[in-house]
Design a protein around this ligand. Structure first.
Ligand code: UDP
Ligand code: MG
Length: 138
């Protein structure tokens, strides 16, 4: 079933000039980019976006990393988009991510892992709405 998901090309990806390569990979994987914007997350936005992790030891560092430079946020559409994006991203820790995954190829470690992807259809809907109005998705 055709579905939407949210991805963020994280500050490490922008800083290392890997945006184009990752977008190219996502298009090869059959994702259609139905909305995209470059922005620098405020501390408030990053905290809210990752609120589910607020009690975790890595939260403060994660917020600092995610606000450290510009990102690209993109709404993607494809059959089974949420699960497929998670598969092509690979494991959270880039050092352990399966060969051929985006995080293995473009990430560095468990924090600087190149890309975000929603983890469920329900969270995908919330995360797409966090960044995009309906009129911005075409
Ligand atoms: N993260 C981290 N340390 C950890 C786990 C996660 O710095 O031990 C960061 C990492 O950037 C990750 C984000 O926090 O992508 C959100 O964590 P989550 O467990 O949701 O991983 P994901 O869904 O991104 O694979
Ligand atoms: Mg997650």
């Amino acid at each position: 079933m055709r579905e939407r998901t949210l991805t963020i090309l994280k500050p490490d990806t922008v800083a290392r000039r890997n945006v184009g390569a990752i977008i190219s990979r996502l298009e090869q994987e059959g994702f259609e980019i139905i909305g995209a914007k470059r922005l620098q997350l405020t501390e408030e936005q990053a905290k809210a976006f990752y609120a589910v992790h607020r009690e975790r030891p890595f939260y403060r560092s994660l917020v600092e990393f995610m606000t450290s430079g510009p990102v690209w946020v993109m709404a993607l559409e494809r059959d089974n988009a949420v699960e497929h994006l998670r598969r092509v991203m690979g494991a959270t820790d880039s050092a352990k991510a399966e060969k051929g995954t985006i995080r293995a190829q473009f990430g560095t470690n468990i924090e600087r892992n190149a890309i975000h992807g929603s983890d469920s259809p329900e969270n995908a809907r919330q995360e797409v709405a966090f960044f995009f109005s309906a009129a911005e998705l075409v």
